[in-house]
Design a protein around this ligand. Structure first.
Ligand SMILES: [Zn+2]
Length: 127
């Protein structure tokens, strides 16, 4: 095992408190949120079970070390499916956010909260 990998090898959590694995060395039952979501699963209330640490120069991570949190797939639950009523309520709420309160037109994007009206109405008020 290389020195870098040995630095992040801590399955018992003695050094990092949380069980820690180097890149590509976590056991298969521990998965990231994205890996769970790909199988239509959610953590289901469990906390972080382990983490992956790796050195990276791509982002200004503290100490040049990046982290990925892992959840146990055995405690994961299926993702909840919204009911038609919930989807309808969300569509209505999003439509309200896209609708200008002055001219009542759907501008096709969410209006910024600070000006509260579409650009056309905002310039009319300013003029
Ligand atoms: Zn408007």
């Amino acid at each position: 095992m290389s020195r870098i990998r040995a630095r992040f090898w801590d399955p018992a959590g003695a050094r990092y408190v949380v069980p820690t694995y180097p890149w590509h060395m976590a056991p298969p039952h521990l998965r990231t949120l994205r890996q769970l979501a790909a199988d239509k699963l959610r953590p289901g209330g469990q906390g972080i079970q382990a983490q992956i640490l790796w050195r990276s120069r791509r982002y200004s991570a503290p100490g040049g070390v990046r982290v990925a949190y892992l959840y146990d797939v055995r405690f994961a639950l299926p993702k909840r499916v919204p009911t038609p009523a919930q989807l309808a309520a969300l569509a209505k709420a999003n439509a309200a956010r896209r609708t200008c309160p002055e001219c009542l037109t759907d501008v096709g994007y969410v209006l910024p909260r600070q000006c509260d009206s579409c650009p056309d109405c905002a310039t009319e008020i300013a003029a």
